[in-house]
Ligand binder design. Structure first.
Ligand SMILES: [Zn+2]
Length: 445
């Protein structure tokens, strides 16, 4: 299936940070397809249109919405992959089945303002997924209105989760987490919630077929303000799908592929009705999301604290992204330090012969950023240097310079190596630099 998928993966969306105009261009391509109806359903707080894509004339109604959190685009990207597939010859059989048995209302990009800014919330700073009752945001009003007018039996609520979740206490990342939301505080399972659980139980093997054990159960707690819980309570069987991390995959392309499979298999199963079994044992056997799955774990490394003797510790490092002036950059975050022997990470490194310190600062102060081009990265790295002070660095013009961490000369202070702080780190073996973490990237010398 991965081979077929790669043929149809939307190459114009190479990563997670696509803008509204890029989305519009892709939507534009779908207008040519006679069996899709595209409508403007409403507008975001800043006036951007929110569209629906309608497909099929079947009896069973399914509503699929994505990216109500603006910085959670995986379900949207996978939807464009899926449309590429379903309009192709490979997708013809599935298309005919779905068109006959289902009426599907896709509502991609529910939060276009948040997507443009790559923020969770909408332009009013409202979290749309806590607004199902008050409906203060136009986006939440629209979702409610669409549910009321379309009255879907089924709903797919597509989200992204933090990449730092594991599958319970296993060694594996939670690349996909599912939830059949509850509809009351007692977390009862009525017939409709049982049906949602049954559909999810047919999707668990689909994820496992890519790699066993990378699927978890999302935290199950009743919150009437959330759309999944609200829709489940008012009569739409709603699946929550959360896309998480995978190895060497900052852009969540693995979860994107799995979303594509989930759309295909879930819709097919709804169309055939071929999922009515007792899914509860399998669903409840899924471990819940576990916490503190790190990007990097360097074990047993020498470290000289501010107070006391040199000692051996484990250091956990996470990559964190920041948005600045329409661009983004990443940084190295010291997530934890100490005895982390029972903790897990995407990559674990034996630091037994290594010593850790904060990276050094380049001795000269540069007049402007362009002077960086003349510096040799390799030479500076070999000296353990990643910080560069620049005199004329305007806040408004603060640019991401790959491979170094740039600071305003006047306000620069070398960071401290301590948990919950941002710092570039250097690992030396017998005084020779072996490994650096700069801007969230691992660099091996
Ligand atoms: Zn979300």
């Amino acid at each position: 299936m991965k081979g077929i998928y790669n043929q149809y993966k939307e190459f114009r969306l190479p990563n997670r940070r696509f803008k509204f105009n890029e989305y519009l261009d892709l939507l534009e391509n779908l207008y040519q397809i006679p069996w899709l109806q595209i409508n403007t359903e409403g507008f975001s707080a800043m006036g951007k249109p929110i569209y629906s894509i309608r497909m099929g004339t079947g009896k069973l109604r399914v509503m699929v919405w994505t990216q109500m959190h603006g910085n959670e685009p995986t379900g949207t990207a996978a939807l464009f992959d899926w449309f590429n597939f379903i309009r192709s010859e490979h997708g013809a059989e599935l298309r005919e089945l779905l068109m006959r048995e289902l009426t599907i209302l896709f509502v991609p990009l529910v939060n276009p303002d948040g997507a443009e800014m790559f923020t969770r919330r909408n332009a009013q700073y409202i979290d749309i997924n806590r607004d199902a009752l008050q409906r203060q945001s136009p986006e939440a009003q629209l979702l409610i209105q669409l549910r009321n007018s379309f009255s879907p039996e089924w709903g797919f609520n597509m989200h992204d989760q933090d990449t730092h979740y594991s599958v319970g206490s296993t060694q594996l990342p939670a690349t996909i987490s599912f939830l059949a939301p509850t509809y009351n505080t007692a977390k009862d399972i009525d017939q409709r919630r049982a049906a949602t659980i049954n559909l999810i139980s047919t999707l668990i093997p689909v994820v496992n077929s890519f790699q066993p054990g990378i699927v978890a159960r999302y935290y199950d707690s009743w919150d009437a303000r959330c759309f999944g819980d609200h829709f489940q309570a008012v009569g739409t069987n709603t699946l929550l799908v959360e896309s998480g991390g995978y190895y060497n995959d900052n852009e969540k392309q693995t979860a994107r592929f799995l979303n594509f499979l989930i759309y295909s298999v879930a819709l097919q199963n709804l169309a055939t009705g071929n999922f009515m079994q007792d899914g509860q044992p399998l669903y409840f056997s899924l471990p819940e999301n576990g916490k503190n799955y790190f990007d990097y774990l360097i074990k047993n490394v020498s470290y000289t604290p501010m107070y006391g003797q040199k000692q051996k510790v484990d250091i956990a490092i996470n990559r964190v992204e920041f948005e600045a002036n329409g661009d983004f950059y990443s940084s190295t975050f010291i997530a934890d330090l100490g005895d982390l022997s029972n903790q897990r990470a995407f990559e674990t490194i034996d630091g037994t012969a290594m010593e850790v310190s904060v990276a050094g600062v380049f001795a000269d102060t540069l007049d402007n950023i362009s002077q960086i081009e003349a510096l040799s990265r390799r030479n500076l790295y070999a000296q353990g240097i990643s910080y560069i002070r620049v005199k004329n660095i305007e806040k408004a013009d603060q640019r991401f310079v790959p491979d170094f961490t740039i600071s305003d000369a006047a306000s620069f202070r070398l960071p401290t190596l301590k948990p919950e702080s941002y710092a570039d780190l250097v690992f030396r073996k017998a005084d020779t630099v072996e490994l650096l973490f700069i801007g969230g990237k691992k660099i091996v010398l």
